[in-house]
Write a protein that binds this ligand. Structure first.
Ligand code: HPA
Length: 273
């Protein structure tokens, strides 16, 4: 079966489990599960029960798909995503986006934990992603193009929707929340960056770095969804060549601490989308 047919079959399977027709898809990053508590859940489906869905292997990523309403809107939410470093192919990493596409999802909201290079950033700050640099070793759209999914050469002049970025900045102002705007460099991991890599990333124009989000954004743009993405800065790598040692536990801890801010912002956004 083609990717189109497989994603269509999974969407049909899910539609039998819920009446929710999600206009909005939400993917929560490491330690950012707080938002789940705000959703009025209609159906909660473990990845293990979904045909063709990979299983999440990382601690801190719960691994189920939620259908429900958030701020009155019908949403589908991934609590836990698939990362390239786990060994999945790019097609597996982005398969949920194809399923969302078949479900009729028009807007995709992504979140992640990341390392910050911009000297103005502090641990626990939030950043809206307004652009990215794709440093993954494999492109999610490589291979024969299926025109039913999208065009061969997608435009990337506005990967992240400017109107949604504007809305986020307005809401942040209302909530008295410090919200940076910047560029996310996406690379495969699973190692965190060396001091020289941090310096290189900062010089090439990235404000933060992480191991997700870029593949999902590319596939969502191919699917003509609007994309909005937010990063929580969980650790810092300076352009001065100094990098504090970091563990996954510390990343999760910093993400957990910032999760309520992110949940409040995303909920207010969904309300107004
Ligand atoms: N790099 C550095 N720090 C991080 C990352 C990363 O990919 N993810 C979370 N914190």
């Amino acid at each position: 079966m083609s990717l189109f047919e497989r994603s269509q079959a999974v969407a049909a399977f899910l539609q039998e489990k819920t009446k929710i027709q999600p206009q909005i898809g939400i993917i929560l990053g490491s330690g950012l599960g707080e938002l789940v508590d705000t959703v009025k859940i209609d159906a909660e489906i473990p990845y293990a029960d979904i045909p063709d869905f990979p299983q999440s292997t990382v601690e801190g990523h719960a691994g189920h798909l939620l259908f429900g309403t958030l701020a009155g809107k019908q949403v589908v939410m991934m609590a836990g995503r698939f990362h390239y470093y786990e060994g999945y192919s790019m097609e597996q990493v982005t398969f949920p986006i194809r399923v969302f596409q078949q479900l009729g999802t028009e807007t995709l909201i992504l979140s992640n934990a990341c390392g910050g290079m911009n000297p103005k950033y502090k641990v626990g700050d939030l950043m809206v992603i307004d652009d990215h640099i794709n440093l993954f070793p494999e492109h999610p759209l490589r291979g024969a193009n299926d025109d039913r999914l999208g065009i061969r050469f997608p435009d990337m002049s506005e990967p992240y929707d400017k109107k949604l970025i504007g809305l986020a900045l307005d809401i942040a102002k209302e909530q008295g929340l410090l919200l940076h705007t910047g560029t996310y460099a996406g690379l495969s991991g699973p190692t965190f960056e060396t001091p020289a890599e941090y310096k290189w990333l900062a010089r090439m124009g990235a404000d933060v770095v992480g191991m997700s989000t870029v593949p999902e954004t590319i596939v969502a743009r191919h699917a003509q969804m609007r994309v909005f993405a937010m990063s929580v800065i969980t650790d810092l790598g300076g352009i001065d060549g100094h990098v504090e040692p970091i563990t996954h536990e510390e990343v999760l801890e910093a993400a957990n601490a910032a999760a309520p801010k992110l949940a409040a912002l995303v909920t207010a956004m969904v309300e107004r989308i």
